[in-house]
Write a protein that binds this ligand. Sequence first.
Ligand SMILES: Nc1ncnc2c1ncn2[C@@H]1O[C@H](COP(=O)(O)OP(=O)(O)OP(=O)(O)O)[C@@H](O)[C@H]1O
Ligand SMILES: [Mg+2]
Length: 482
Amino acid sequence: MTDTTTRRTVWDLPVLRNFAPPTEPAPDGEAGPALVEQTPWNRPGSQLRTAVGRARRGHYGPALSGAPTTTRQAEILNTATIGAPTGTSGIVTGRDVLSQTSIAHDPVTAYNSIPRTVSSPNVVIVGDVGSGKSAHTKTSYVLRPLLLNKRRAVVFDRKDRGGEGEYSELARRFGAEPIRFTTDGTGTRLNLLDPLIAHGTGGQGQMRLLNVVVRLARDGVALTEWEEEALRAALNRTRADHGDHRVPVLADVLPNLSRVTDLPEYSDLSPAAIDALHHAGLSVRFTLNSLLQDYAGLFDGETSKSVDLTGKLTSFDISQLDEDGPAVPAVMAIGHMWLLGRLRNDRGWATNCIYEEGWHIAAGPSAALARSNQKLSRGLALSNVFVFHKGTDIPDGSPSIAMLQEAQTVHVYRQSLHEDAAWCQRVFGFAPDAAERITQLRDGQRYDKIGSRPEIWVEHIRSPWEIQLTNTDEAFEAVARA
Ligand SMILES: Nc1ncnc2c1ncn2[C@@H]1O[C@H](COP(=O)(O)OP(=O)(O)OP(=O)(O)O)[C@@H](O)[C@H]1O
Ligand SMILES: [Mg+2]
């Protein structure tokens, strides 16, 4: 019988002992050292250093690079652990639904960071009626950024809430009375020929603005070449006549539109051409005349003194203007141009300009105007925030689509109609299956696309104070309480 405890083997020799294989455990009931259980955590493990002896003596013995696939495999095995999709700089704007980590982004901070993480500070917010767009806009683009130094906001406030705009209360909290626009002659005036507009964009900008306003007054129909020529000539003459002594107003342009053909520069035109130019001038005059008549008190005089950036939040309250006419888009277009001029005198601030019903400025006849001012906007640290319901009525290939695609921060709220959701998916470059997911978003949930990164599913979280300031259901809640 062989005795395993006493038999000497080659592994008992001094150096070779180190290389001995583990001893076989003895079957149950047998005594002896072989009964000691072999546990994996007691084994020495694999070699960690390229030169163990050198490393132990404190010399150079680099760590072995481990098997490259291990971490990758671990990632697959732990799919529930998802990293935060954004960094922490900027403003907290919600919570990522998948990882439950906070989402932080601010277009101004992202545009100013080195290197730039967005190439445009503009923002697009799109979604169904009542899906939570304004609640998000008020918190992420007004309340939270205004806590920062040298930040302010201007809003074109479209939604009526108890007889005034929904941002009025916020504006007062920030120390300024909203600037009210009405059509009964008691509200604020905006002058299309305001010197601040020329100051911001030059004579060309003023001409573009007049062109847009005439178009708006004609339900979007563009001016002919003859009409544009007549308008340019009348505008130049008005500016020359007034020199420095009085600020010209729109009413001053009207008589000049009928007298275009007197100008020496047209003396070589044929009688037929003179006739055509005269008619073109008159047709623009008639359009502007009916605009002044229909909106008495809105565009017929110098800009009211109340139009200024007095508080951190300035609200252009357009909630009382009629829904369909040209007044809302015209006030937005003139206000946009006025703002560009005004900001030139007030450098060092970053301004969020919010266009509720922003379709009018981002996609209507004003789109070309806003687009041509993009460079100027950036130079004046202006971040334009366009909020609207859907984009399916914007024709494919129109410059408005390019204008919207330039915005590098996109928030898509629920779009119940599949075609509206598919429009967002296509225009903003979301993943192909996103359209379906966009139709199913709940109130306050959205998809964010920041720069060229994949979209993130975000839920907007408001503090109790913010909920109080941003809920727009009081009219219904008051009925429920009664
Ligand atoms: N983060 C949120 N979580 C839960 N509910 C929300 C959230 N944000 C908004 N809501 C609800 O949705 C309602 C409508 O919100 P909001 O006025 O922001 O919608 P909207 O998209 O701007 O609507 P509209 O198109 O009519 O302007 C709010 O009164 C509130 O009840
Ligand atoms: Mg809203």
